[in-house]
Design a protein around this ligand. Structure first.
Ligand SMILES: Nc1nc2c(ncn2[C@@H]2O[C@H](COP(=O)(O)OP(=O)(O)OP(=O)(O)O)[C@@H](O)[C@H]2O)c(=O)[nH]1
Length: 460
């Protein structure tokens, strides 16, 4: 770890020569930018990660300390690939922890993924071999082997791990299996808790010595820990981080993206992830239309309705908002996601009882007492609740009204003036507390640049 810091220090000193910087340069910002770039480079081991090929058998073994989230991550990894057309299977070669097989079985059943394991057998190697053999015969193309975790790095654990790796490696030598296996590829993922911190280097290195670690997965990124240990793990294993775990649920699993990760590490907030999420859920053909309306200062109840629809589509709402500093506590308190979703659904039911004219207006001028009573009755809600929904609309309309006058560049038409103007605009749009956390207007500008000109939303 010490070595890493020293290396980074030297590199930054080479890039940023503070004495030569002319007065007026914001030194803090320049250093921050250099650190950002360096950290991004450190997370790039310079070699691509192992990607299983559809239709060709691959065995991926998962290793990690006890409680790192290994078993959960195995299922998430399987589920992720299943959704994308692979035929995964899970093998529980964790014979150390009582209950490990039950956990895997439960998860696998929920995700409808075939699994293999035993309550009686204590030989992890035997189970691994049998499991892999079974699933190869069933033509599974992604066989995931969960191995035992221990409290700390122990010789016995590594020996067992080495044997499992060795045994599953030799499987393609078995004649009846090799006949349908074109060529079998193997990889080993190390799972690390994001809160591991300084111990990450030694741990990753120890694992690396016993199994050919090919990739790192960092779990529990939804918590407070920023996952700095990932830097050490990459350095120790010379392997990339491929996924991050962002919650206990099966689908709370994301492809690792270096820039947002480093932004978060430096406390800059994940603007990019936020924009990507918006990209994902607002249908592409609707985006220009939405931006146009907003730039005209036209925020109607219908737009709010559509945004609510999008938010519900995004899954756990807090996940989206937690990417923005300051937002999560304010809008969607953690642990109250269900309440927030229920509230949004309630609001939408009320809006379903409104007329088109009401929905498309950019004010609440039609909302007199009798209409409010009618909407409440029509949707089976209290008058008080309708009023509350309208208040929420007014609050959002006020925030979004700052988007008025936004210049919407056509693809490739972004010039520096438009960009500066839009950065200012966005600066006004963001809540002051959030802008402060990002690091003020200058940082916002840097962030916008980092988002890359390719993104349509850059227009914002
Ligand atoms: N919040 C959060 N919790 C997670 C995440 N990944 C795993 N967990 C939780 O962490 C705990 C430990 O996960 P397991 O998968 O049982 O850990 P393990 O490493 O397999 O443990 P052993 O089998 O004992 O080695 C469980 O309560 C999981 O639900 C994550 O990304 N976010």
């Amino acid at each position: 770890m010490f070595k890493l810091v020293r290396e980074m220090q030297t590199k930054i000193k080479k890039i940023v020569n503070l004495d030569e910087l002319a007065a007026g340069h914001n030194k803090r910002k320049i250093i921050q930018q250099a650190i950002f770039t360096q950290l991004c480079q450190m997370l790039d081991p310079g070699k691509p990660s192992f990607t299983p090929k559809k239709g060709k058998p691959s065995v991926v073994m998962f290793v990690g300390l006890q409680g790192s989230g290994k078993t959960t991550t195995c299922t998430k990894y399987a589920y992720y690939h299943q959704k994308r057309g692979w035929k995964p299977a899970l093998v529980c070669a964790d014979t150390f922890r009582a209950g490990a097989f039950d956990q895997l079985k439960q998860n696998a059943t929920k995700a409808k993924i075939p699994f293999y394991g035993s309550y009686m057998e204590s030989d992890a190697v035997k189970i691994a071999v049998e499991g892999v053999e079974t699933f190869k015969k069933e033509n599974c193309d992604l066989i995931i082997v969960d191995t035992s975790g221990r409290h700390k790095q122990e010789a016995a654990l590594f020996e067992e791990m080495r044997q499992v790796a060795e045994a599953t490696k030799n499987l393609h030598m078995v004649p009846e299996l090799s006949s349908n296996a074109n060529f079998e590829t193997r990889s080993c993922n190390i799972v690390m808790d994001s809160s591991i911190g300084q111990a990450a280097f030694d741990q990753a290195q120890a694992f690396k010595q016993s199994a050919a670690v090919g990739a790192v997965i960092v779990t529990k990124m939804d918590g407070h820990a920023k996952g700095g240990g990932a830097l050490s793990a990459v350095a120790a294993t010379k392997s990339p981080v491929i996924f991050i775990g962002t919650g206990e649920h099966m689908d709370e699993f994301e492809v690792f993206d270096v820039k947002p990760f480093v932004s978060r590490l430096l406390g800059m907030g994940d603007m990019i992830g936020f924009m990507d999420k918006i990209h994902e859920v607002v249908p592409m053909d609707k985006q220009p239309e939405l931006l146009q309306k907003l730039s005209e200062g036209h925020f109607s109840l219908r737009i709010m309705y559509e945004q609510f629809q999008n938010i519900l589509k995004m899954g756990p709402i807090s996940q989206v908002f937690s990417m923005l500093p300051g937002f999560s506590a304010e809008l969607m308190p953690k642990g109250r996601e269900k309440d927030s979703q229920a509230k949004i659904k309630r609001y939408m039911t009320m809006m379903d009882s409104m007329t088109d004219e009401e929905l498309d207006s950019s004010s609440t001028k039609f909302m007199n007492e009798s209409r409010i009573i009618r909407i409440a009755r029509g949707s089976g809600h209290q008058v008080r609740e309708v009023m509350e929904m309208l208040e929420e609309y007014k609050r959002l309309a006020k925030i979004w009204s700052n988007m008025k006058g936004l210049k919407i560049p056509k693809k490739g038409e972004m010039n520096p003036q438009t960009q500066t103007k839009n950065v200012q605009q966005l600066g006004r749009f963001l809540p002051p507390e959030m802008l402060k956390q990002i690091g003020g207007m200058d940082s916002l500008k840097i962030l916008m640049k980092q988002m890359g000109a390719g993104k349509d939303m850059m227009g914002m």
